[in-house]
Design a protein around this ligand. Sequence first.
Ligand code: FAD
Length: 303
Amino acid sequence: MVNVTRDFFIGLSNNKFLNEYAKKWGFRLGAEKFVAGTTVDSVAKVVKELNSIGISCTLDNLGEFVSDKAESTKAKEEILRLLDRIHTDKLDCHLSVKLTQLGLDIDREFCVENMKEILTIAGSYGIFVNIDMEDYSHYQQTIDVLLELRKDFDNVGTVMQAYLYRTEDDLEDLKDVRLRLVKGAYKESSDVAYQSKEDIDRAFIKIAKKRLEEAEFTSIATHDHRIINEMKAFVKKKNISNDKFEFQMLYGFRTEMHSNLAEEGYNFCTYIPFGSDWFGYFMRRLAERPQNVNLVVKDVFCK
Ligand code: FAD
């Protein structure tokens, strides 16, 4: 039943018509609980509040699977304006971007040039840019683009998904790259990815420990309190400095844990999506946690 619900929402997240329609529709279905508004002003306000309690942020100007160059150029320009705002307002935050928003499916070179422009400005402001990992059909291209960009820029990293069988091996060549580790949000086949929660959790814990002992800065991105507790115990036992990692969670999820972890002295970063292209992101969150569907039902019926 859980898998049927998951597949249903993942299916909706990929529906181009609904994604387009939702942009004109404005926030519905309770999306505002997980998406911090549609404008830079609205998201800057949220970042300032979180910064004031010791939480840093990563901002995602929502958008993905773009098939039109003009739309990718517009997304890049919005990201450049966002960088200016982060710099001017001295916000403690970095950026998360998706290569398919910046044209990967249209023309790889065009996408790389967009990224270079973003990284040049971000670098001049001392801002790190993380490339979100999308579905498996974009996995190798994402790693290849990252490695190409890293020849000229050191302020760029990406995300690795513990559910992919190949992640552990691929990480051997990425030890010097700042990375976010996640379980993985897309529906992938058993040819490439673990399917059960137990296998995915086991892989996540194994990879996270290896990263903490052997690699560059790692963002441990999960809402799973069992994994977080295991990581806390591990860094204590191995005497690993808090400077080597941070915990990351999504805006609107388990918010009491965000401030608790920051108060305990851990680096904590909230991933904040914003913008009008909210539908695909929101549907993936419903796929992960069917309990959130209750919020949607309330939003539809209790207004
Ligand atoms: P789950 O397996 O979903 O949850 C584990 C347990 O935690 C649950 O059984 C429950 O006990 C508890 N729990 C979880 N959520 C809640 C809640 N809201 N309230 C109460 N208890 C809860 N995926 C990608 O593929 N690419 C990316 O670039 C990417 N970036 C991400 C960035 C961040 C900061 C985060 C947090 C996730 C990102 N993801 C990304 C999504 C990720 O892959 C997972 O799909 C998502 O985080 C759900 O997995 P989980 O680790 O939170 O644990």
